[in-house]
Design a protein. Structure first.
Length: 184
């Protein structure tokens, strides 16, 4: 993604397929002056996409070398948006990557993630869990501070049709932010 100055938000989207599971990689570069404006919109995007699935959402906070921070939420817009907003709005020293997974009925978050050991993000393991149905979908996201902007890196995994719906939600919600562009 090219570095840009000014107030424009720049989005980059890439699709790929990994053994029957689709991956949608998304980056949004937001100038510092517009980050607070973008947080509410991004939180709404994550909440709307997760709530559409209609299953419990397991939120896994990934803190290097420590046990994961686990929160299970009902598939309702308000608690999901509030969780996303609090994670995205946290300041850099208190910010950590998140992995959100949808849990099939009868599955508990502690069955998917060991709450007593450090969590390492392993794409192969995630893909295996998606293939066998232990988890229904997953979205990894992280925010990093750049020289003049905040950069949201998001990767969604699931079936093609479901990721197409996720992308439609993202486009709809991002269209509410003035002056954003897709990188080509």
């Amino acid at each position: 993604m090219a570095r840009r100055r000014g107030t424009a938000l720049l989005a980059s989207v890439r699709r790929s397929r990994l053994g029957g599971i689709d991956r949608l990689s998304f980056e949004l570069d937001v100038p510092y002056a517009r980050w607070n404006e973008a947080v509410g919109t991004l939180a709404a995007m994550l909440a709307q996409a997760a709530a559409q699935v209609g299953h419990t959402v397991g939120c896994i906070g990934i803190v290097a070398g420590e046990e994961p921070i686990l929160v299970a939420l009902a598939p309702r817009l308000d608690p999901l948006a509030e969780r996303a907003r609090s994670v995205l709005a946290s300041v850099a020293p208190h910010r950590y990557p998140q992995l959100w997974v949808t849990l099939p009925p009868g599955t508990y978050l502690a069955q998917v993630v060991d709450p007593h050991s450090a969590f390492l993000l392993d794409e192969g393991r995630l893909l295996g869990q998606l293939r066998v149905g232990t988890i229904g979908h997953c979205v990894y996201f992280d925010v990093t501070a750049e020289a003049v902007s905040e950069r949201l890196h998001l990767v969604a995994y699931g079936r093609r049709r479901e990721l197409s719906r996720f992308l439609a939600v993202a486009r709809d919600v991002l269209s509410r932010l003035p002056d954003w562009r897709t990188a080509r």
